[in-house]
Ligand binder design. Sequence first.
Ligand code: PXP
Length: 237
Amino acid sequence: MPELGVNIDHVATVRQARRTNEPDPVWAAALAQLGGADGITVHLREDRRHISDRDVRILRETVTVKLNLEMACEPEIVEIACQVKPDQATLVPERREEVTTEGGLDIVAQHDRVARAIDRLRSAGISVSLFLDPDARQIEAAAGLRADAVELHTGQYALASGAAQQKELENLVRIGALVRQSGMSLHAGHGLTYRNVRPVAAIEAMHELNIGHSIVARAIMVGLESAVREMKRLVTV
Ligand code: PXP
């Protein structure tokens, strides 16, 4: 039964639209926990477009479930993580012009940069997850880097439909097994919704799902605590 990590970046996106102090992602994290979230995920971007240093600091003090900090392999952000000490760091690619994280981190091409970030984070006692496309070469590289976990990018699965979606799912199952066989914990996320999450949650040994947009979108209609509770029910039955 996977754990549910709730990504609350979009709460900060609404706040930043007016550069004011509401809605506060710290409140959102508390409500998500009341709804049954097993983890809170935030992405501290280099451009600070949504989550701020202040958010991360206060979340570290107030979140009582797993705190997962997404970040690029940027030395400045890695140093902040080493001071704040989230329970887990998830390394993701980051480009300023993107709307959201668009693809997995290419750790074959960026091996040394990723290795430096992993070493630094692990020396601070932080568990490291790598956000990767479901591609065997990337998983082999992750095992070589001794990552603690791999978060498989489910964006292609989420975008596909019908037989094409089934094919994407089969690939996630196959690559998921490779992640486990390589001794790493299996996570997944991106583009997961109330409609498409169940087959991914059912993948053997799936340990953690990180879901943001769909939950925050529903929260606008039904409230965050209810939205999280509904998603939690879907991923655990
Ligand atoms: N996992 C990672 C590594 C991400 O970068 C994101 C998007 O911020 C998510 C999960 C959540 O994706 P979504 O908002 O589509 O649920």
